[in-house]
Design a protein around this ligand. Structure first.
Ligand code: AMP
Length: 308
């Protein structure tokens, strides 16, 4: 079993969708990644920061799932990162209403000693300078470094983002962000520009339209499972990344073919995440439910064609 280091926000979220509204619930990139990766029984550790306003029960929930929390700093008198978003009627786009960095503004991450030899590092969404610092603390070069980011950091810390991108193997971003990062409308052209920035593999997430995996020689497309109801897409991207990273850490196989399977696992887990508000669905997800959905995925995408 491989080790996985996860860096990202552990947060309070307040979400509005056409179906309802929540007050400050558990959220954050590292939270969703950790919950998704825990499905693979990997030895994972989260590196993050919260204030002492953060409920112990939320931390217990992650610890219970087997996510090591030694690297989650709790700042006395500090306030936890807070994000609020409102989804449009189509649920594919959202407006960020509030981003309060709070304790995240001066975060100096510490990777626990025992995880500095992890094979896989998942640099979840937060300041790219913090992502870089985590990489610099690794004693051995990880076999695979995966980075996720968003428009907020492109707007606020582009130079740092370019620096850390030089040291990663895989980037996962959504289509809009890929266009913003490269100035290219075509996602194929965007992927080619992104290789020049560092990563060998580019995963472009397209919400309800699935995900694309590119490297220089290959392209793979996985649709999203057509769902009757999408309740709250928050965390779907992080859940995808957590499923992807967790599967890679578990298998220790870094080939393009195995990355394809990782995309399927990521998509499958993300399809559960959107069914309830926040982390609710991911907290109680059974292996048999995942298995059933993987079967659905298989039959959705499998076809035979006689080519003459
Ligand atoms: P996703 O829907 O996958 O893009 O992720 C949503 C999660 O990202 C929420 O739980 C937020 O707490 C977290 N988040 C929102 N904005 C940021 C940001 N600028 N940096 C890091 N995490 C963020």
């Amino acid at each position: 079993m491989g080790k996985l280091v996860i860096v990202g926000t552990v947060a309070f979220d307040a979400i509005e969708t056409p179906f309802g509204k929540t007050d400050r619930i558990l959220g954050g990139a590292a939270t969703f990644i950790g919950l998704a990766a825990s499905q693979f029984n990997v030895d994972s550790a989260a590196v993050s920061i919260v204030g002492d306003d953060f409920p112990q029960e939320y931390l217990d929930l992650l610890a219970h799932k087997g996510v090591n929390l030694e690297g989650v700093e709790i700042v006395k008198g500090g306030k936890t990162f807070f994000w609020s978003g409102r989804y449009h009627n189509d649920m594919n786009s959202r407006d960020t209403l509030v981003t309060e960095l709070n304790t995240l503004a001066d975060f100096d991450p510490k990777v626990p000693e025992n995880y500095r030899d992890a094979e896989v590092v998942m640099l979840g969404n937060l300041h790219p300078g913090v992502q870089m610092s985590v990489l610099e603390q690794m004693d051995t070069k990880p076999k695979m470094v995966i980075l996720d980011t968003m428009n907020f950091w492109m707007d606020n810390a582009l130079e740092d983002l370019h620096k850390v991108m030089k040291h990663i193997d895989v980037i996962t971003i959504n289509d809009e962000e890929a266009r913003q990062l490269t100035g290219e409308y075509s996602l194929v052209n965007a992927a080619h520009k992104i290789y020049e920035m560092g990563p060998r593999y580019v995963v472009i997430k397209k919400g309800e339209h699935g995900a694309l995996l590119f490297n220089k020689d290959n392209v793979f497309y996985a649709p999203a499972l057509p769902l009757r109801e999408v309740f709250d897409p928050t965390g779907a991207g992080d859940t995808f990344a957590g499923g992807f990273a967790g599967y890679i850490a578990k298998t220790g196989d870094y080939s393009f073919d195995n990355l394809k399977t990782a995309v399927i696992y990521g998509s499958t887990l993300a399809s559960f995440c959107v069914e309830k508000f926040g982390t609710e669905r991911m907290e109680n997800l059974s292996t048999s439910e995942i298995r059933k959905r993987l079967d659905q995925f298989k039959s959705l995408t499998q076809f035979d064609i006689e080519l003459t």
